[in-house]
Design a protein around this ligand. Structure first.
Ligand SMILES: [Zn+2]
Length: 206
């Protein structure tokens, strides 16, 4: 069981850590040899993070946390798949994290690739890249229908849609949210500012 047991306390820890990172005064917690050895016995992360694989979205760095703090799942464009849902269910059921953070970012290449695919200008040879684009496409279609035009608006919508998909498809996570055992926060990260801003909160997040 993590020491931090509520979604709001976990979110506050992430916000505080992100402030340290923005200010350029990180504490570099939980990264020394003794802590590494202590943690080898058991992990008790206080949050699960599902974010984009972008090399600039390094979760432990931008939230100024260390080993054992976050259970991190990432893929290009943070696209839900069964293995992602399984990983998040594991974090909730077994690790008992009180918070799931869905983390997108501005200027996201996966979102931009999906827009290019819509416009017929996407040029990729990878057989499986299309899987990512196809999964993001319904969000972009809804965004365009709603009159949205910016990549960052599309990303906010994709973050909200991702949260909805998690609670629609995972009965375990939906029940944990309903029971107040876990909260879900969606946030978008600014690559230039290093700042995370809240897009949506589900559950008891103060
Ligand atoms: Zn991205």
């Amino acid at each position: 069981m993590p020491e931090v047991t509520t979604a709001s306390a976990a979110w506050q820890l992430l916000v505080t850590g992100n402030s340290n990172f923005i200010a350029g005064t990180p504490a570099h917690k939980h990264q020394d040899a003794q802590e590494r050895r202590d943690l080898a016995i058991e992990q008790t992360p206080f949050a699960a993070v599902f974010g984009c694989s972008d090399s600039r979205l390094a979760a432990e760095m931008i939230f100024d946390v260390g080993l054992g703090d976050l259970f991190v799942v990432r893929n290009a464009g943070q696209v839900i798949a069964e293995t992602i849902l399984g990983s998040l269910e594991f974090a909730v059921e077994v690790l008992k994290v009180p918070l799931i953070l869905i983390l997108g970012h501005d200027n996201c290449g996966a979102i931009k690739a999906t827009v290019s695919a819509q416009q017929g200008t996407l040029k990729t040879e990878g057989e499986f890249i299309q899987n990512i684009v196809t999964r993001i496409t319904p969000t972009i279609e809804r965004a365009l229908a709603a009159g949205e035009t910016s990549i960052d608006d599309f990303t906010d919508r994709h973050i909200r849609d991702t949260i909805a998909e998690i609670t629609d498809r995972s009965k375990l996570i939906a029940s944990a949210v309903a029971a107040g055992k876990v909260g879900i926060v969606g946030a978008q990260y600014s690559l230039a500012l290093g700042e995370v801003h809240l897009v949506e909160a589900v559950g008891e997040i103060a």
